[in-house]
Write a protein that binds this ligand. Structure first.
Ligand code: FRU
Length: 478
């Protein structure tokens, strides 16, 4: 267990850690990071009375995998944020080894949070997959997003189908036609990844409804499932583990992507289509979406990945690790998900320039910036960002390549029939690339020697280039 009191006591001894973290030139300017320590999945995303709440998996005082609380930021405009005290702590028997990932659902002026209480038995040796672990589905109800009443345990291992392993987690709750559904990521005891759906008619008791799986196994575990509708079409976004690399596809250790689906929830019938990677970069995992007050579906992800063999990441010795991606708006085209940067990020622009160019253009030295290229009949493209970070388009393959700056990240690619538009966001230690208005994206951490860098662009064709220097999020403390 790790209670709020434990946290408050520990935080008192860590003012130096905070100073160390704040001294790191790789602290990001327009991404949410752990104030100190470790961050993973975004959790509990919601808007409540005009305020957006962003929670995340958070181990405040370690840069490695530790005891999980829920860290917390709020914002009204995605540029000014408040860093709040951690929200949830593992302080009951049913969640004693970590308050794992979960979601929020706003109903009748209250926020209902559903999450996984992780429990590990220590009385003997277990594999913690088939045995020795409890994954409890727990709800807390909040009037304000900062406090909550008692923890209500809805489901324990006994409530999951009998052919399941002990890995069932990450509840996401949503409503369709006046019925509430909860989707959970799961691993069967035959090592087949799937998603379980529970249902509630009264928003108080939950019953098992159905499962979603592929005919042939697609990985052994699906983490962080999110079942959403975009333009009336269903998509199951999830993170399958255990998929072997195939050429340039599935190059990361674990995948983060989606299946388009034909789904009738009431009748429990579905057809699941091909899996696509949501992002082709090195650092993308555990996405979560929510709908904002304008009706937009906004997605955040952990800009990291578990168990990757990236190494010597310089932020670790500065007392912090990982960050969230920029917020992205989801839409759809031809049964694929399109991701676009949230419009509100434009408020970060501090200066802008626009030029037409023929075959090449060199941008002035900048540290945090955004570049937009419009290209006509592009066959070849090289964008050199810093000495060893390169984006190329060659023989209809778009590639992100890094050497030293990648700390073990080398090359990731995607096949792209044509390339008309490239939109890049460069922060002090991350890059996000949106191709063809969000048809493909690449997200990566990178640690260039000189944060201030001169980008040069070469191509076979003509184009226009717009670039903006970018300012920083303003983060106040609660
Ligand atoms: C995904 C994940 C989730 C789990 C959480 C624990 O990164 O493994 O499945 O709930 O992280 O921090």
């Amino acid at each position: 267990m790790y209670t709020k009191l434990d946290y408050v006591k520990e935080a008192k001894n860590h003012s130096q850690l905070r100073a160390l973290v704040d001294s790191d030139p790789y602290r990001l300017h327009f991404h949410l990071m752990p104030p100190t320590g470790w961050l993973n999945d975004p959790n509990g995303l919601c808007v409540f009375n005009g305020t957006t709440h962003i929670y995340h998996q958070y181990s405040p005082f370690t840069t490695g995998w530790g005891m999980k609380t829920w860290g917390h930021y709020t914002t009204k405009d995605w540029v000014h944020f408040t860093e709040c005290e951690p929200f949830l702590f593992p302080d009951i028997r049913e969640d004693k080894d970590g308050v794992y990932s979960g979601s929020a659902f706003v109903k009748d002026n209250k926020i209902h949070f559903f999450y996984t209480g992780n429990v590990k038995h220590l009385d003997k040796d277990y594999d913690y997959v088939m045995d020795g672990r409890e994954q409890n589905t727990i709800e807390v109800i909040s009037n304000d997003g900062f406090t909550y009443g008692e923890k209500i345990c809805h489901m324990t291992n006994d409530d999951y189908p009998t052919d399941m392993s002990k890995h069932i987690r990450d509840p996401k709750v949503f409503e369709v036609n006046g019925i509430w559904y909860m989707i959970l990521g799961a691993r069967s005891n035959a090592d087949k990844g799937c998603a379980l759906i529970y249902r509630s008619l009264d928003f108080a008791s939950w019953e098992y409804h159905m499962r979603i799986e592929t005919e042939e196994p697609f990985g052994y575990m699906w983490e962080c499932p999110d079942l959403i509708q975009l333009d009336g079409k269903w998509f199951l976004i999830c993170c399958p583990q255990g998929i072997a690399q195939q050429g340039i596809d599935y190059a990361n250790i674990y995948q983060c992507g989606y299946f388009a689906m034909d789904l009738n929830l009431e009748e429990k019938t579905y057809k699941i289509h091909k899996f696509y990677e949501l992002d082709r970069g090195f650092d993308i995992y555990a996405t979560q979406s929510y709908q904002d007050e304008k009706g937009r579906i906004i997605l955040l992800a952990w800009m990291g990945i578990p168990d990757a063999d990236y190494h010597n990441e310089p932020t670790v010795e500065k007392g912090w690790h990982h960050a969230l991606t920029m917020p992205r708006v989801l839409t759809t085209k031809n049964n694929r998900i399109i991701q676009q940067p949230l419009e509100e990020m434009q408020a970060l622009r501090t200066s802008s320039q626009h030029k037409q160019f023929h075959q090449q253009i060199e941008l002035p030295a900048m540290d945090c910036f955004e570049v937009e290229l419009n290209l006509q009949n592009c066959q070849e493209l090289t964008i050199q960002i810093a000495q060893d970070i390169k984006l190329t388009y060659h023989q209809q393959i778009f590639t992100l390549q890094m050497e030293e700056s990648g700390c073990g990240r080398t090359s990731r690619s995607v096949a792209l029939e044509s390339l008309q538009h490239v939109h890049i966001f460069v922060d002090t230690s991350s890059i996000e690339v949106f191709l063809n208005y969000g048809e493909e994206t690449f997200t990566t951490r990178c640690y260039r020697k000189d944060i201030t860098c001169t980008t040069s662009i070469q191509t076979n064709t003509i184009g226009t280039c717009t670039w903006h220097t970018l300012g920083s999020f303003q983060i106040d403390h609660q």
